[in-house]
Design a protein around this ligand. Structure first.
Ligand code: SAM
Length: 310
């Protein structure tokens, strides 16, 4: 099953599909550091470039198109502007990619799109309504949507993401993966003998542990058994109410990039060739590999049921 991966980042979504024997024939990102990580870890190199500027005809035909399209303008952290601003943006570029493949003779059998948890409620539900309408009525897919939380797939991180899985064959009965029991805590994934640079200085501790003021008060808990959602801006050292800190030999430190990778389900052999800042961004942006793997497994099962797996 040939896969085209859009917005591939460091390859979290891709890795889950690769583990389930999908064959990623083309991947793309416009972040050179994400490409660097991707190409260290995948045998088929990703193409560097802005998807809006890449010739549609140069993207190979595929059975499956996957893409965690960038959160804005759908993200809660974005401007909450809605669809006028989204027109001409990346969701529509995905639609153009699918249309181009169809025109060239091969409509992808499956699309797997990923986005923030709030996609369905954004702009009073209008954003999702438009997306669903285009997927169903313009592109002709049967659409299945569900929010999946990483903590329900064996990894101790709270991370809710919307998954949209679409099948060209309307006989498809896609079921989202079953939840599994959590057997790990964040503490099980911590490294030993961590470099001093990850420890907080005495000077910064009061700021990190402060609970904010007025309406922005939030509990500054550290050493959580289940990590808070990893963010793409972890390098900025947010307050403890929004980020993950742990006690290590009586001192407080932040997570290392390797721990961030583990909390996103990346295997130990996954190479991290970039700076800490870039690594935090890439793992903070990634789809949890364990979740992607399970979604991919269910896609495979559904295609097998349809007699379309080859
Ligand atoms: C949420 S991340 C994807 C993470 C990835 N799916 C994973 O699991 O590791 C979104 C990615 O889209 C890329 N991106 C944003 N706009 C782009 C564009 N116009 N062309 C290509 N890539 C773009 C960003 O650099 C970022 O790596």
């Amino acid at each position: 099953m040939d896969v085209v991966s859009l917005f591939s980042g460091a390859g979290g979504l891709d890795l889950g599909f690769h583990q389930q024997n999908f064959n990623i024939v083309w991947a793309n990102d416009f972040d050179k550091f994400a490409i660097q990580t991707y190409n260290e870890n995948f045998s088929n190199p990703a193409t560097f470039g802005d998807l809006n500027e890449i010739e549609l005809d140069s993207i190979p035909l595929a059975d499956v198109v996957i893409g965690g399209f960038p959160c804005q303008p759908f993200s809660m952290m974005g401007h909450e502007k809605g669809f006028e601003d989204a027109r001409g943006t990346l969701f529509f570029r995905i639609v153009e990619v699918i249309n181009s493949m169809s025109k060239r003779g091969k409509k992808p059998r499956v699309l797997v799109l990923e986005n923030v948890r709030t996609l369905k409620t954004h702009d009073k539900g209008n954003t999702y309504k438009v997306i669903k309408n285009i997927l169903e009525n313009e592109l002709g897919y049967k659409v299945f949507t569900q929010i999946l939380n990483t903590v329900n797939y064996g990894i101790p991180q709270t991370r809710n993401r919307t998954f949209i899985v679409c099948f060209a064959n309307h006989d498809a009965q896609y079921e989202f993966p079953k939840e599994v029991e959590l057997k790990l805590t964040m503490q099980d994934l911590l490294e030993e003998n961590v470099d001093q640079k990850y420890f907080l200085s005495d000077k910064i501790i009061p700021t990190i542990l402060s609970e904010g003021t007025g309406g922005y008060r939030a509990k500054a808990e550290i050493d959580l058994p289940v990590a808070r959602p990893l963010t793409a801006t972890m390098h900025k050292m947010h307050r403890a109410s929004q980020d993950n800190y742990v006690t290590d030999n009586g001192r407080i430190r932040r997570l290392t990039p390797r721990e961030a990778a583990r909390l996103q389900g990346f295997p130990e052999e996954f190479i991290i060739p970039v700076s800490d800042t870039q690594a935090y961004r890439q793992f903070g942006n990634a789809v949890t590999v364990a979740v992607s793997n399970k979604v991919a497994e269910r896609v495979k099962t559904t295609l097998q049921e349809l007699g379309e797996w080859n």
